[in-house]
Design a protein around this ligand. Structure first.
Ligand SMILES: NC(=O)c1ccc[n+]([C@@H]2O[C@H](COP(=O)([O-])OP(=O)(O)OC[C@H]3O[C@@H](n4cnc5c(N)ncnc54)[C@H](OP(=O)(O)O)[C@@H]3O)[C@@H](O)[C@H]2O)c1
Length: 218
C-alpha cells in the first residue's frame, strides 16, 4: 500500500522510481489486489510505466534517496538485502511500523519504550541518514494531506542529522503539500511516533475510517 502510493506519486512528478521487493518474479506472479484494493503489482506497473521493479539491492543502488516501506517485522532483513554500501551516505526515509501480528489483533509492538525500529535501523546502518516520518498516517494521506481537513494536521520527523530532517521536511512540503511538519529531534523521538500506533489503531476503530490524523496545537 505505502510503496505503491509513494512510487505512483513520485513517478507522476517525474522522479525515476524503483520499487524493491524480496523477489521480483514472485511479486509479479501475485494476482490478488493488495489490502487497499489496489490492483496486483503486475497490473499496477502497467498503469504506472515510469515505476520500475527490482530487488532491494537494485532499488537501493539506483536511489539518490531510499524509502523503507517494508513490513516492520522484515525491515532490517530487507535493508540488509538492500546492502549497507548501497545505502551509505543516503537519506533513508523510514515509514515502517514494528507491528507484530503473530498473536492476532490487535498487534503488539516488537520494539518499544527504550528502543524503536528507526533506532535499530540507524544503529545497523551508521553511514545512512535515517529520518522517520509518515508512519502515523494512512498511505493515501501521506501523499495527499489535503484530502483531510484542508491539510490542517501534523506530520512528524525524527532523525539524528538536522540537515537530513530539514531536507525531508522540504520534500514533504514540496512533493506532497504537507503544511504542518513538526521536527521532533533525534532518532530516539521515533519511539513516540511508533508507540502512537496502538492509539492510531483504536482511533481507526472509533472513527470508523483510517482517513484521520492529529493536529498539534500549543
Ligand atoms: N498501510 C498503511 O497505510 C501504513 C501507514 C503507515 C505506516 N505503514 C507502515 O509502512 C510499512 C508498509 O506497509 P504496507 O501496508 O504498505 O505493507 P506491508 O504489508 O506491511 O508490507 C510491505 C512489503 O514488505 C515486504 N517485506 C519485506 N520483508 C518482509 C517480511 N519479512 N514479511 C513481510 N513482508 C516483508 C513485502 O514485499 P515483498 O513480498 O514484495 O518482498 C511486503 O509487500 C509497514 O511497516 C507499515 O506498518 C503503513
Amino acid at each position: 500500500m505505502v510503496g505503491q502510493a509513494l512510487a505512483a506519486k513520485l513517478a507522476k512528478m517525474g522522479h525515476r522510481v524503483m520499487v524493491g521487493t524480496r523477489s521480483p518474479s514472485e511479486t509479479l506472479a501475485r494476482s490478488a489486489p493488495n489490502a487497499a484494493g489496489q490492483p496486483p503489482l503486475s497490473a499496477w506497473l502497467q498503469e504506472n510505466p515510469a515505476v520500475h521493479l527490482g530487488t532491494y539491492a537494485e532499488a537501493a543502488q539506483l536511489g539518490a534517496m531510499v524509502i523503507n516501506a517494508t513490513n516492520g517485522m522484515g525491515s532490517l532483513a530487507a535493508l540488509h538485502q538492500a546492502g549497507a554500501a548501497n545505502l551509505s551516505g543516503k537519506i533513508l526515509i523510514d515509514i515502517a511500523n514494528p507491528l507484530d501480528f503473530s498473536r492476532g489483533m490487535p498487534p503488539s509492538l516488537s520494539v518499544s519504550n527504550t528502543d524503536s525500529l528507526a533506532e535499530q535501523i540507524q544503529a545497523a546502518f551508521p553511514e545512512t541518514r535515517v529520518v522517520k516520518t509518515l508512519n502515523t498516517v494512512t498511505a493515501a494521506i501521506m501523499v495527499a494531506p489535503q484530502l483531510l481537513a484542508n491539510g490542517e494536521h501534523t506530520i512528524f520527523v525524527s532523525g539524528n542529522d538536522p540537515a537530513a530532517r530539514a531536507q525531508v521536511s522540504d520534500w514533504l512540503k514540496d512533493w506532497f503539500g504537507w503544511k504542518h511538519i513538526l521536527d521532533l529531534g533525534d532518532i530516539t523521538s521515533a519511539r513516540g511516533v511508533e508507540m502512537y500506533l496502538p492509539l492510531w489503531l483504536r482511533l481507526w476503530g472509533a472513527c470508523g475510517t483510517p482517513m484521520l490524523n492529529v493536529r498539534i496545537v500549543t
